[in-house]
Design a protein around this ligand. Structure first.
Ligand code: G3P
Length: 195
């Protein structure tokens, strides 16, 4: 159990690095907290007008999750990899450095899924891209894609992973409560619209 706790803490530390905030502060763009949704993720970084920073935020916020999983698996096996995945996701959505006011977890959810079971990550990517193409809503695409990974893990017989991803997906949905309200009201911003 101690090794799982260490993996969880290690994942949390990595996951809690807020790349969107760091990159936009270094670049001196508008403050993420004061534009668009106020979120620290790639979607809101895009609202600064800096596509390059948005892409870097997406990649780095995902990569920290993947790295946490792969390192934990290398040193301590599959249970530790899963603990690190939970840690990284929690670190991103509730980093102690930001008084627990973190991101919505989409990129990091994808990143840990890549590390844990890449076929489920393919399901995420396909559904996200398809939904984004047709609806132009980043949030709606992420909500659908998170469910798709759970379905994919179940369909491919990876039941432990399906349970873990379902828990993370529920947290992801909870973090999107404002987006869900705006989607229902018809006031959600579309991808690339400036904040
Ligand atoms: O990546 C989070 C996305 O699903 C929604 O972001 O900034 O539109 O709330 P945002």
């Amino acid at each position: 159990a101690l090794v799982l706790l260490i993996a969880l803490a290690f994942g949390y530390l990595l996951g809690s690095v807020p790349f969107g905030l760091l990159l936009t502060r270094f670049a001196g763009t508008k403050d993420l907290r004061s534009i668009g949704s106020g979120n620290i993720g790639a979607t809101n970084v895009l609202r600064t007008g800096r596509k390059d920073l948005a892409a870097a935020t997406l990649v780095l916020d995902a990569l920290k999750g993947t790295v946490a999983v792969l390192v934990a698996r290398h040193f301590a096996g599959e249970s530790a990899a899963m603990a690190a995945a939970v840690g990284a996701f929690l670190g991103h959505i509730a980093p102690v450095w930001l008084r627990f006011k973190g991101g919505k977890g989409v990129a990091t959810f994808l990143g840990v899924t890549i590390g844990l079971f890449w076929p489920a990550a393919i399901a995420f990517a396909v559904v996200w891209l398809g939904a984004a193409y047709y609806t132009r809503y980043s949030s709606l695409s992420a909500l659908m894609a998170s469910v798709a990974t759970v379905v994919a893990a179940m369909a491919l017989g990876n039941n432990n992973l399906a349970v873990l991803l379902a828990v993370l997906a529920i947290l992801l949905w909870l973090k999107h409560h404002e987006n869900i309200r705006r989607l229902l009201e018809g006031t959600e911003g579309k991808i690339g619209a400036k904040g």
